[in-house]
Design a protein around this ligand. Structure first.
Ligand code: MN
Length: 316
């Protein structure tokens, strides 16, 4: 999963009604997969510390490459892997090797630097559906040591007719054990039955985004509902104490939020930094093998795209 700033040229302006904003994902390629890239946006580089959202599938990975992301480096962020269907094998330069399945969380803290691969395993489920998220590490924490954690079980609670699974942070009175470095929340919301006007309490100091990964939903406000389908990203500014939602039976949504980061991020390829020099150094470190080896992957590591200095002039 990676981004280069050139991708952002394709982003449409947001549709804004009331105090909500809805943007449309752009298509991006990750190996052989086409994904919906919901964040970053040209006009919104982060939501809380969340700085990258890819949603992929559901897609058949039976008899095809499926997910195949060769070893590649990260700095300055955490990666969050969350599946709705299928299985993915993670390997990293710390020696971790971990299969992940729906309902589980893989959380990798890059900090100073880590390399990893992600692939559909040889023994794979035929369907793959998931999200890949990045959390920017704040200035005070971004030079932390790299780490990997797998959460086989996450807390689930019931609120407003929704099954709320808390990946990171706290929601609906329930808290995840996942390691955080800023005030953020990440949760899956599942409507087993149709809901109308379900109220979900949220932290008013947080800004939030909602997106539908399966089904259809509407975010209600004083002037009506905002229809949401897969590929739509709804942004809500800080100041709300609750969100009202409607959804068809079987809808799965994600809610991500946090205190606005207030730091200017410079994102290029798989790196989250602050200055062009840091990016150039990370590229050189990767090319010189300083991120360490990812054992067990049956292919070559990823080469970075050409570094165009004009795209690294000014953090946005
Ligand atoms: Mn990665």
């Amino acid at each position: 999963m990676s981004t280069v700033d050139a991708d952002l040229d394709a982003v449409a302006l947001p549709v804004t009604t009331d105090d909500v904003e809805v943007t449309q994902a752009r298509e991006a390629r990750v190996g052989a997969m086409t994904v919906r890239r919901l964040l970053p946006l040209r006009l919104r580089r982060s939501v809380g510390a969340w700085c990258f959202i890819d949603h992929y599938g559901p897609m058949s990975v039976d008899g095809v490459a499926g997910m195949d992301v060769p070893p590649h480096p990260h700095i300055g962020l955490q990666t969050v892997t969350w599946l709705l269907a299928g299985n993915v094998l993670h390997r990293d330069s710390l020696g971790s090797e971990q299969m992940i399945r729906p309902g589980q969380l893989n959380l990798m803290t890059a900090g100073l630097g880590i390399a990893h691969s992600e692939e559909s395993p040889a023994e794979r489920d035929p369907l793959l559906h998931g999200v890949q998220l990045w959390v920017a590490l704040p200035e005070r924490s971004r030079r932390t040591e790299p780490a990997f954690e797998h959460h086989a079980q996450l807390p689930v609670t019931r609120s407003g007719g929704l099954d709320v699974t808390v990946l990171i942070g706290s929601l609906a009175g329930t808290t995840s054990d996942a390691t955080t470095f800023s005030d953020i929340v990440g949760a899956q919301l599942y409507a087993s039955d149709a809901i109308a006007g379900a109220r979900l309490a949220v932290d008013p100091s947080f800004e939030h985004v909602f997106f539908v990964v399966s089904g259809a939903a509407a975010a209600m406000s004083a002037v009506g509902g905002t229809d949401l389908r897969p590929g739509h990203l709804l942004y809500l500014p800080p100041g709300r104490r609750e969100v009202q939602l409607a959804a068809t039976a079987g809808t799965v949504m994600m809610l991500l939020g946090g205190v606005p980061l207030g730091e200017r991020l410079l994102m290029w390829w798989n790196f989250v930094a602050r200055t062009p020099q840091e990016i150039e150094m990370a590229v050189a470190d990767w090319q010189k093998g300083r991120f360490g080896e990812v054992g067990g992957y049956g292919g070559l590591p990823l080469a970075p795209p050409p570094l165009d200095p004009s795209r690294l002039i000014r953090p946005r």
